[in-house]
Design a protein around this ligand. Structure first.
Ligand code: IMP
Length: 202
């Protein structure tokens, strides 16, 4: 087996770093976060699409750190709302709001729309860049339906109002280990593994 390479995960969130370190554990890489490197700079997010935002972030931090960098962008797309909240998922209803305020806004925008028209998906784009340029981008999705009221206490964000069709439970009712197998992030990470293995030269 070749030498272990450093892979910067473009996040300050130690939970996200740990999640990627677990999802990508089979790779010959040491995972470090922006917090580990003491980096506070942030690129301008352009809000055009998940893949574009992930590429922008990966390249920005690869150039800043001089290391291969993985960045992601994710969110929820509701079909009846033309894909909203989409890339604005974290800021839906305005800055400084809570997860609950955001999913309540989503429920009120969907109003009385019937279940068959409440289809939605979580989408995650992962981009990997070296200082020379973007190496690849992959995506993962998890399909579901927006409920009319919240259920479950695990997870975060929109999990209580996202019914995962293939499991018959909301994302917040699923055990975290189950969510971490079927989530949009897990699926994007699975798609990234062979490409990352080649990029790391392992
Ligand atoms: P980010 O890609 O970590 O910035 O996520 C953007 C936003 O999308 C989060 O703040 C959440 O509102 C939403 N989101 C992303 N992934 C999930 C998830 O697994 N469950 C619930 N909400 C999510």
């Amino acid at each position: 087996m070749g030498a272990t390479r450093t892979l910067v995960v473009a996040t300050h969130n130690r939970g996200k770093l740990r999640e990627y370190a677990e999802l990508l554990a089979e790779l010959p890489a040491t995972f470090i976060s922006l917090a580990d490197l003491g980096i506070q700079a942030e690129p301008e997010e352009e809000h055009v699409g998940f893949a574009e935002n992930a590429r922008l972030k990966a390249l920005f931090f690869a150039r800043l750190t001089g290391e291969m960098t993985l960045a992601d962008d994710s969110g929820l797309e509701a079909d009846a709302l033309g894909g909203d909240p989409g890339v604005r998922s974290a800021r839906y209803s305005g800055a400084g709001r809570t997860d609950r305020e955001r999913y309540e806004l989503l429920l009120s925008r969907l109003g009385e729309i019937p279940p068959e028209a409440r289809t939605a998906r979580f989408r995650c784009a992962i981009a990997v860049a070296s200082p020379q340029g973007v190496l690849f981008t992959v995506e993962g999705t998890c399909e579901g339906v927006i409920t009319t009221r919240p259920r479950g206490s695990h997870g975060f964000g929109y999990d209580p109002v996202f019914y995962v069709t293939e499991r018959g439970q909301t994302m917040a009712e699923l055990e975290p280990a189950v969510k971490n197998r079927i989530s949009h992030r897990a699926r994007a990470a699975q798609a990234a593994i062979p490409l990352l293995r080649a990029a790391l030269g392992g």
